[in-house]
Design a protein. Structure first.
Length: 363
């Protein structure tokens, strides 16, 4: 292993870089990847102590030691992001709207009383990390490098208060498709993902932990995910599992507005913008469960699909609600496929980017 001192070419700060000389990449079967289970050779680490973020560093991917009383383990003070890096056929590496992810992780952090992470540390650290592990990013539609920035309370002690110490990290995993096969979802009738005034809009770790039990119940009935409904009345549709959700009613594309209970998904807002750009009628408004059931009965519910960083766009084949299963029609041309093809064309540098979303990475 070699230790270098990396000096940012754009903003003056030092970053310690320790090169991993024993790469795992030659043993990887990139055609058979289990999503999020294999990680690249390096990771980014930065600690917050004494009221400030310390010198960032990139080190070989490895386990970390934590105190059993570490605050995050007891009080759940932790947030994360999900983003991807893509490589085009010429070998150039791109990120997709990374500014959105940076701002969102700091919004999430603010809600959980975690200090904001510096923008220069985030982008310089991420780009250096990608430059070191660029061979893990494979060209070709569907191949990508999933990037997981996260921050958690690292102070030892079980006082029920915000931590004084934090650890910010970035790890990366080569990935293919997130969901395989047909996707069937169930509308929640009892459980909710988030309540008004809570942390539903933040990518807080606890949001996902709370989903596991009701999702397991749905899986026991043959569904893969849950479409969450509002906590007050369970009359309004919010999200689908780990995705934002869209409904094609006739030729209109309908999705719920973001609130303090719905995550402001980067893919969601990109889908809306692309749909408008392609001349598709888009409505962003509250969506009632009974409206969707009625649209299905009238033959007007043409498509339902989820959108998120991991899945991009995922077609839903059926919806379960109150003991009934509502199957979506088979179409010759899916709006979801059109939108997915367009967004991925931008991500992989195969289509023009009129929105300036593509961010070239210096490798």
């Amino acid at each position: 292993m070699r230790i270098n001192l990396y000096i940012s070419s754009r903003i003056e700060f030092a970053m310690r870089v320790e090169i991993n000389k024993q790469s795992k990449i030659d043993a990887v079967d990139f055609d058979n990847l289990d999503f999020g289970m294999l990680f690249t050779d390096h990771m980014f680490v930065c600690d917050y102590k004494d009221g400030e973020w310390k010198e960032p560093q990139i080190i070989p991917y490895q386990p970390i030691a934590v105190d059993p009383s570490m605050s995050a383990l007891h009080y759940g003070q932790a947030v994360f992001e999900g983003m991807k890096a893509y490589k085009d056929q010429a070998g150039e590496v791109f990120l997709f709207r990374p500014e959105e992810n940076f701002h969102r992780i700091n919004r999430s952090s603010e809600r959980l009383a975690i200090p904001a992470f510096p923008k220069n540390y985030f982008f310089e650290g991420l780009e250096k990390l990608l430059a070191l592990d660029k061979e893990w990013i494979k060209s070709g539609i569907g191949n990508s490098l999933y990037i997981r920035p996260f921050v958690f309370a690292s102070q030892a002690g079980v006082q029920a208060s915000a931590s004084n110490e934090y650890k910010f990290m970035i790890i990366c995993a080569p990935v293919g498709a997130y969901y395989g096969g047909e996707l069937h979802v169930k509308i929640a009738e009892k459980y909710s993902r988030a309540a008004q005034g809570g942390v539903g809009y933040a990518k807080a770790a606890g949001n996902y932990a709370a989903q596991f039990y009701p999702t397991k119940l749905a899986q026991d009935e043959g569904y893969q995910q849950v479409i969450w409904t509002d906590a007050h009345s369970h009359e309004y549709l919010e999200e689908a599992g780990t995705m934002n959700i869209f409904f094609r009613i006739g030729e209109r594309l309908v999705t719920a507005p973001t609130t303090d209970t719905i995550l402001d998904g980067v893919t969601r807002k990109s889908i809306i913008k692309i749909a408008e750009h392609l001349g598709i009628d888009v409505e962003v408004r509250p969506v009632r469960v009974d409206e969707i059931i009625a649209a299905h009965a009238q033959g007007q519910l043409k498509e339902v699909f989820g959108a998120g960083t991991a899945v991009v766009v995922s077609q839903i084949h059926s919806i379960g609600y109150k003991g009934e299963k509502y199957t979506l029609p088979k179409l010759d041309n899916y709006m979801a496929d059109q939108l997915k093809s367009h967004i991925m064309g931008i991500q992989y540098n195969e289509l023009e980017d009129p929105f300036q979303w593509r961010h070239a990475v210096r490798t």
